[in-house]
Design a protein around this ligand. Structure first.
Ligand SMILES: Nc1ncnc2c1ncn2[C@@H]1O[C@H](COP(=O)(O)OP(=O)(O)OP(=O)(O)O)[C@@H](O)[C@H]1O
Length: 578
């Protein structure tokens, strides 16, 4: 998964990566040159007392060190650039994919997990790019070349390496094998934390109302403790690995100096060669530590890559894919449901069965029925937020599956049951569906939605701030602002999902009266709880357990439909009781 992501998203940066690798190689060569030069400085300069050699070799060494610094800075520059670009590209790929998800897919991953994948997981993949790339190439070269150069200095000393290298390699592999599953658990734990935090922040009022702060604190504490323990375990393993390898390295250096010292004594080795040899031992050690660091970031990045790929590989939902090209036909706003049925993924029973309804421009169809009877689901089918599992839905004579998504959204406007406002201002929210709308049009929509006085009374009027979700307004204000937002768009089809029931009777009556001329030529489907909201509708469909069990005007249904009569009577009784 990691290699696939890197292969795909790094392709545009091939030139930078080639340069990065080249600079790492230059740096590695400079590292490898210095111990041999140092040996010459000792043997030819210091031991023979030749000032010329000391100056000359010293100057070359300074030059090599300067090249090393320049190569390191260049590699850092290109590495960071590539990693930053990779992060941006990955984040936008995930974002685009999530935009194409249906509600069901978003629910399957969960908003918190999608956030973690977009931010944290991408960061893990970036880390392996910035630190890993050059190192993956340079560490093995440095290690092998150091062994060869050490061999050149002295063969018997190099044999000691045969003990050290396998020991260090086994240590790294053991620790890696134990760490990889830990990283997977850590990412899940981060997901859980995000989910809890999100739930506790958005549900803070309910938590306080039910005095469940202690319970929530415990839940958060447990999740936090789990993340702490997992991270500590991973850190402990990593912390253990580096000192063990250093210890091995130091023991090895002592052995080298001890064996080397006796060989110098017997005249088989020069002091310079021993110094070069220890220099190469340090390089071998450094390359192993670099490799270890990369190995530590790779398992983490692999887990992150798998989670990112799960999102990227989820096919764009056909229900939101801009698949079709059928346009929206000539008859603006004609909505037809033909034997439409729908079952939620994983549900045992369908939520809608065999719905056949037709609504024409200028007509208002009201939907009424008990809780869970399928009213919202039916509206979602018209907007193709979900696709019918049987039958079809047509808008302007074209199956919505064939209609381009943007064209469908432009034709159908939904005011949802749970209004959502975006962070910004009232004006930016109202212009959400039609950025070019004038201020006059905004005020007119606010007027119709019975919220003009409220907005006019705010110190900043249309430019008043809206917090994320619209939390700085009351439920009723949010609802009316969202009605105004849809009115600004002027779609051909209006879907009002139970958005009047939060208003008091007088406001609702005023809103409906103001709305009537505005939407006169449009197709309207309105879901309502109150009979008073829908009694003037051209037709009323009564839903019960996902089926249409009655269709007609208010008077017809009162006369001939038991379910409708029962709803009407219960509301009448409630009103009389007042
Ligand atoms: N996302 C979902 N996943 C699974 N089942 C769902 C989902 N949303 C709704 N349902 C089920 O589908 C049925 C119809 O729900 P729907 O929201 O359409 O009812 P409704 O008539 O609009 O109810 P209400 O008046 O309470 O808003 C219900 O039985 C509900 O449990």
């Amino acid at each position: 998964m990691l290699s696939r992501i890197l292969g795909t998203y790094l392709r545009p940066h091939r030139a930078s990566i080639a340069l990065l690798i080249l600079l790492q190689m230059v740096q590695t060569v400079t590292f490898l040159l210095l111990p041999t030069m140092n040996a010459q400085l000792i043997d030819r300069g210091l031991l023979r007392g030749s000032i010329v050699d000391i100056l000359w070799i010293g100057a070359v060494m300074v030059g090599v060190a300067a090249v090393q610094v320049a190569a390191r800075m260049g590699a850092q520059y290109f590495g960071t650039g590539v990693a930053t670009a990779l992060g941006a590209a990955l984040r936008s790929a995930i974002f685009r994919r999530v935009q194409d998800f249906s509600v069901h897919e978003v629910e399957r991953f969960g908003a918190a997990s999608l956030t973690t994948r977009t931010v944290n997981d991408v960061q893990q993949i970036q880390l392996v790019t910035v630190d890993g790339f050059g190192s993956i190439v340079s560490a093995p070269i440095m290690c092998v070349a150091s062994i060869v150069l050490a061999l050149q200095q002295d063969v018997p000393l190099t044999l000691v390496l045969l003990v050290f290298i396998p020991l260090a390699t086994i240590t790294v592999l053991v620790v890696m094998a134990r760490m990889s599953p830990l990283y997977s658990l850590i990412q899940h734990s981060v997901d859980r934390m995000n989910r809890l935090l999100r739930e506790q922040i958005t549900g803070v009022r309910v938590i306080r109302a039910f005095v469940r702060e202690d319970h929530e604190r415990r839940r958060f504490g447990d999740a936090n403790e789990e993340l702490f323990q997992l991270t500590m375990r991973a850190r402990r393993q990593a912390a253990m690995m580096f000192p063990i390898v250093w210890l091995l390295g130091n023991v090895f250096t002592v052995v080298v100096v001890w064996v080397g010292g006796s060989r110098i004594g017997s005249g088989d080795l020069t002091i310079g060669a021993l110094s070069a040899f220890t220099g190469y031992v340090i390089l071998i050690l450094t390359s192993m530590l670099i490799a270890m660091y990369v190995f530590l970031t790779v398992p983490r990045a692999q887990v992150a890559a798998r989670r990112v790929c799960e999102v990227l590989d989820t096919p764009a939902s056909p229900s939101v894919d801009g698949a079709g090209d059928g346009g929206t036909g000539a008859l603006p706003g004609h909505v037809d449901l033909r034997g439409a049925g729908f079952r939620y993924p994983g549900a045992e029973e369908p939520s809608l069965r065999d719905i056949t309804l037709s609504v024409r421009p200028g007509e208002t169809l009201a939907l009424i029925g008990s809780t869970g009877s399928g009213k919202t689901t039916l509206l979602n089918l018209v907007l193709r937020l979900y696709e019918t599992t049987t039958g079809s839905v047509l808008v302007n004579g074209t199956d919505v599956r064939e209609v381009d998504r943007d064209a469908l959204s432009a034709t159908v406007g939904l005011v949802s049951q749970k209004p959502y406002l975006f962070a910004g201002t009232i004006a930016t929210n109202l212009r959400y569906g039609r950025p070019e709308a004038t201020d006059d049009e905004l005020w007119h929509a606010l007027d119709v939605a019975q919220v003009r006085d409220f907005v006019a009374g705010l110190p900043d009027g249309l430019d008043s701030a809206v917090v994320q979700g619209g939390g700085n307004f009351s439920g009723g204000q949010r609802q009316r602002l969202s009605i105004a937002r849809t009115l600004v768009r002027r779609p051909d089809v209006y879907l009002f999902d139970d958005c009047f029931s939060g208003l008091d009777y007088a406001t609702e009556a005023a809103l409906r009266a103001a709305l009537a001329p505005d939407i006169a030529g449009a197709t309207v489907i309105v879901v309502a709880q109150r009979i008073s909201t829908i009694r003037d509708a051209d037709r009323i469909a009564v839903l019960d357990e996902g089926r249409v069990v009655g269709l007609g005007t208010h008077d017809e249904l009162i006369a001939g439909n038991d379910v409708y009569r029962a709803i009407a009577q219960s509301q009448l009784t409630a009103q009389e009781a007042l």
